[in-house]
Design a protein around this ligand. Structure first.
Ligand code: FAD
Length: 512
């Protein structure tokens, strides 16, 4: 994604700084020419890396150092401080690194180092020759990228039902829908990437069956494609509403790039919108439509927006935030019928709407796995290595239920970074490693100028604690069960979210 870069700040690092300039901290941001560069102390050593995250340009000096890794405060990308490698999503491109010299007590940054070649993985005796990834979304893309990064030389194919290449799906309900991000920001990589990496990206292709015995996939056009390893990364699909008018052309769900484009096109002509559902996607869409100047009504069965995930205090805050921006809520209500210019509510009221978005949740796309006889339970069941009940077939992302959570009870979430990181872990396990997926779940959400970060997973809690001031947009909310913190949400405290995520991931140092 491209953004405007302001002029770099801080000292000119080619002229040198001293340890005293770190003022007791571990990081010091300065510049080399026009590039922002971060000095990081690791014991007696000082390393120099790019100061901006390669994902969304996040300020890495506001992140945290864990072992020899650096974590971005915005979306928790993890980089190696020694090589710059983007060890864990959502960043994929490495940070630049510079030579550092110590001279008479001064620390000077010298020439930029050549980009390090990521370490290839040792080929296992049964090295796969033909890997197929079913799904061209977050998990599928991240897996393909990691397979090539780790030196997998064989055939690699992504099959995706959408017509667009893997894209920045979270942006579909944010800046892109608001009309403030151009289309060119949306692809995760340009088309050349797939050619250069010899990744067969087949778009607009629907898989209709998985034949586990023949190790083949059946495609909607009648053809078949073989594999010796398969990653199922089919994601989740929006729940539809079986009411009169739900199939009218101005009624949408929001999952794909095509959905967001189509909503944007209708919004450009529309005056009033109704969003059904007060979850993250519905509310982000509401904010984006307000940014376009539409009148927006949110209709929801719940008492408060997002209460089941964030609790009543944050739920009230979010409602007020949206109301301040002109959104009208109809809580504990539903839609019973839609016509071309109005919706009727269960309570009998009717609201003008020339655009309707149904955002009432998603279901994991498990049908292919179920029909193939793989173990499923509200998700495809995988082991800690993300392998399904059929050896050589892995699953990752929104569709996978992995043995996480308290006591390994099992967890399935719908989070961008989890999907990408699971794709990365599954890729390496396909190549013969035995890495468990152990990251604490993390997601973020943005409404107007307020961003939330959430780490961990609390399906239910018996106690919650608030530190700081939610109304002042500077707060941490912890969700506890039996005295144990299961999850933490923050506003205006990005570093706390990083630290808590690290703690909930078991304090691991390696970022892998
Ligand atoms: C609008 C929106 C905003 C979001 N915002 C955030 C956010 O702010 N923060 C956050 O953490 N998460 C967010 N999410 C959630 C996040 O995008 C998902 O968790 C993530 O995309 C899941 O990745 P995935 O690879 O499992 O599935 P997806 O990215 O959905 O990819 C699944 C792919 O599989 C393909 N597919 C499915 N079935 C078939 C088939 N039979 N044949 C061929 N291809 C098939 C689909 O076409 C798709 O390309 C958002 C989601 C949406 C929709």
């Amino acid at each position: 994604m491209a953004t405007q870069s302001p002029s770099p700040t801080g000292p000119d690092l080619t002229e040198g700084v001293t340890l005293a300039d770190f003022a007791g901290g571990q990081m010091l941001r300065g510049h080399v020419g026009k590039k922002s560069v971060l000095l990081v102390r690791l014991g007696d050593e000082v390393l120099a890396v790019g100061a901006k995250c390669t994902h969304y340009q996040g300020p890495l000096d506001r992140g945290i150092v864990v072992g020899e890794t650096l974590r971005c405060p915005l979306h928790h990308a993890c980089f190696s401080l020694r090589t710059g490698e983007a060890l864990a999503a959502p960043a994929f491109d490495p940070l630049p690194c510079w030579q550092v010299e110590h001279e008479n007590g001064r620390i000077r940054v010298r020439e930029r180092l050549p980009a390090a070649t990521p370490a290839p993985q040792k080929a296992p005796p049964d090295q796969p020759q033909d890997i197929v990834i079913l799904g061209g979304g977050a998990a599928g893309f991240a897996a393909a990228e990691m397979l090539r990064r780790r030196g997998y030389p064989g055939r690699l194919t992504i099959l995706g039902a959408e017509a667009d290449p893997p894209c920045d799906r979270p942006n579909l309900s944010k800046d892109f829908l608001a009309g403030t991000a151009p289309e060119s920001w949306m692809p995760l990589k340009p088309a050349d990437f797939y050619k250069e990496q010899s990744i067969g990206l087949r778009l607009g292709v629907t898989v209709t069956a998985i034949d586990t015995a023949a190790r083949e996939l059946a495609l909607a056009d009648g053809s078949r494609i073989g594999f010796d390893r398969l990653l199922i990364a089919t994601g989740a699909e929006p729940v539809r509403l079986p009411i009169p008018g739900a199939d009218l052309p101005h009624v949408f769900t929001l999952r794909s790039f095509a959905d967001s484009r189509a909503i944007g096109a209708v919004a450009a002509q529309a005056r009033s919108a109704v969003v059904l559902g007060s979850g993250f996607i519905g509310l982000e869409a509401a904010a984006a439509l307000r940014a376009r100047g539409l009148g927006v009504h949110v209709v929801s069965r719940d008492e408060r927006p997002l209460e089941k995930v964030l609790g009543s205090e944050l739920g009230d805050f979010i409602r007020h935030l949206h109301e301040e921006h002109g959104v009208t809520f109809h809580m504990q209500d539903s839609i019973t019928a839609i016509t071309p210019d109005r919706v009727t509510l269960a309570t009998g009221a009717s609201i003008d709407a020339d655009l309707v978005i149904i955002g009432i949740g998603v279901r994991p796309r498990t049908a292919l796995a179920e029909a193939a006889g793989l173990d499923t339970d509200h998700g495809i069941l995988v082991d800690a290595r993300l392998e399904t009940s059929c050896p050589g077939i892995f699953a990752a992302g929104d569709v996978a239920r992995w043995p996480g959570g308290p006591g390994g009870a099992g967890m399935r979430v719908e989070h961008w970074v989890v999907a990408e990181r699971q794709g990365q872990v599954a890729a390496q396990n396909m190549l013969g490693t035995s890495q468990p997926f152990r990251d604490a779940p993390f997601f973020w959400s943005k409404h107007y100028d307020v961003s939330f970060r959430y780490v961990g997973h609390a399906a239910g809690w018996d106690d919650s604690r608030i530190e700081g001031d939610i109304a002042a947009r500077n707060a941490t909310v912890s969700y506890l069960k039996d005295g144990q913190v299961l999850a933490v949400a923050t506003i205006g405290r990005d570093r706390v979210a990083l630290e808590q995520g690290q703690r909930l991931s078991g304090g691991r140092q390696d970022g892998r």
